[in-house]
Design a protein around this ligand. Structure first.
Ligand code: URP
Ligand code: ZN
Ligand code: ZN
Length: 466
């Protein structure tokens, strides 16, 4: 039997348009849009949601999360269940998480482990990228198989020697493979070998506080690695997507490459747009809450990031959600900043922070939807199904109240972590209701979804590759 939901009276915002329209949902998909009140849809609808005075936007697409990531002897504190519920609370209806290949293991083994973690536990739809920690003949062949199966993106690291690090030859080989199989290489670009020298020297000088994490992971070493991976991609004839860009010098490298017409893409994250080294320098080890890599930068870098988002030198804002509790996890690095697990919580905060950026004049409303929903979906082969409100798309829809005020806090958030990176921050705008494939997950600020509703997404190749 067909189920029909009607959303009436809202301002429908996509990356392309802003129109007052009624939205008809049938069997989990957007069926039609029409000028308000012009169709006789309500009589046959099972459910009518009144969005008068509200925005009707596509569910957020967060293409960079790390649920349960093993890191530094511990695990990211959100499970797929807690993390996807929190995502829904924040208006995100799709995540793409990173399955991890550990050294010596096949890609398949790493991927199977991630399927097992997520299967039956997610409240919203999810896909995977694959972290390549061990590039060799066998794993290069496996990349082809994964692309055929719909896992079409692979992250490599110039950072974290001994853990995730790949050398330039390995990166080149993975990029060559991607250029032939249609995959997208995602790069964590920081010169990890040089950073490790600076870490050792800092610790020898007795510089152990969290703020030194920001000092040793220099902007120049992010820029150098960004430049290098762009050149390697150019040699391989492959596209490259640089994740979590934080330094203005790295944005300049991306802009230069894009001006040359290269298929080079960049992502930044809310923490780099709203937080800074001032947070890393908070006393009494509180700075540990803000330890992530790439690191937070001095406030001056934020202008370049906002500018990059406006000029499209940066195309995506994702969260790099990788939460570790302050008590018992971040504390592992007391007395040695290099032992603080890297990562920040944020999957619940992204849509609201970017809406605040609209109000602050950094980006337009449509650009908000473009960088948070449409482009991430296109970049990773989900667009059409995800990232927009158009006939045929999955009915992943958020009714957003642009006037509601909220104060971000660990007291009220739903992420499984004992602090908020934005504690006390006042923002205007809040999610009211969320649908995932036509089913209510959040109904007027009440969670009505369920773990297990979320389905695995086999993806196409990047829709930016022509
Ligand atoms: O600090 C971070 N970003 N932690 C997660 C792992 C990564 O490099 O994305
Ligand atoms: Zn990374
Ligand atoms: Zn990450």
């Amino acid at each position: 039997m067909t189920t029909r939901t009607l959303i009436t009276g809202g301002l429908v915002i996509t990356a392309a348009d802003e129109t007052h329209a009624d939205v008809l949902i049938e069997d989990g998909r957007i069926a039609a849009l029409a000028a308000p009140g012009t169709q006789e849809w309500s009589a046959s609808a099972d459910r009518v949601l009144d969005a008068t005075g509200k925005y009707v936007i596509p569910g957020g697409v967060d293409v960079h999360t790390h649920m349960e990531l093993p890191f530094g002897g511990t695990f990211a504190s959100d499970t797929f269940e807690t993390g996807t519920k929190a995502a829904a609370w924040g208006g995100t209806t799709t995540i793409v998480d990173f399955a991890v290949q550990t050294k010596g293991q096949s890609l398949r083994a790493g991927l199977d482990a991630w399927y097992a973690k997520a299967d039956g536990n997610c409240a919203i739809d999810y896909g995977f990228h694959m972290i390549l920690s061990d590039v060799n003949d066998r794993t290069l062949k496996e990349m082809d198989l994964l692309v055929e199966e719909g896992l079409t993106s692979f992250k490599l690291f110039t950072a974290y020697p001994g853990v995730f690090f790949s050398d330039d030859g390995q990166i080149l080989r993975a990029m060559q493979r991607a250029s032939s199989n249609g995959g997208m290489i995602m790069m964590h670009a920081e010169n990890g070998l040089a950073i490790d020298v600076l870490v050792e020297q800092a610790l020898q000088r007795g510089e152990t506080d969290p703020r030194y994490h920001g000092e040793v992971r220099k902007a120049l070493l992010e820029a150098e690695a960004t430049h290098r991976v762009i050149k390697l991609a150019q040699v391989a004839g492959a596209p490259v997507y640089v994740v979590h860009v934080s330094a203005q010098e790295a944005v300049a490298e991306l802009a230069r490459a894009r001006d040359e017409g290269l298929p080079v893409f960049g992502e930044t994250c809310p923490q780099y747009l709203f937080l800074s080294t001032d947070n890393l320098a908070e006393p009494d080890f509180e700075g540990a809450k803000y330890v992530c890599s790439t690191p937070l930068r001095p406030r001056e870098h934020q202008a370049a990031l906002w500018r990059g988002l406006r000029t499209n030198d940066l195309q995506v804002v994702s969260t790099d959600h990788c939460p570790f509790c302050f008590v018992g996890q971040k504390e592992l690095g007391r007395g040695d900043f290099s032992k603080i697990p890297n990562g920040l919580p944020g999957v619940e905060n992204r849509m609201d922070l970017l809406h605040q950026a609209v109000l602050d004049g950094h980006i337009s409303r449509r650009r908000w939807i473009e960088i948070a929903c449409a482009t991430p979906a296109r970049m990773f082969g989900l667009y059409g199904k995800k990232g927009t409100i158009a006939p045929g798309a999955d009915a992943d829809v958020v009714i957003y109240d642009p006037a509601a005020e909220q104060v971000m806090s660990a007291e009220t958030h739903h992420m499984n972590v004992d602090y908020s990176a934005y504690e006390g921050k006042r923002v205007t705008g809040r999610v009211e209701s969320v649908l995932s494939r036509g089913e209510l997950v959040i109904d007027q600020r009440e969670f009505v979804g369920r773990a297990g509703h979320g389905a695995y997404l086999a993806r196409g190749t990047s829709q930016y590759l022509g």
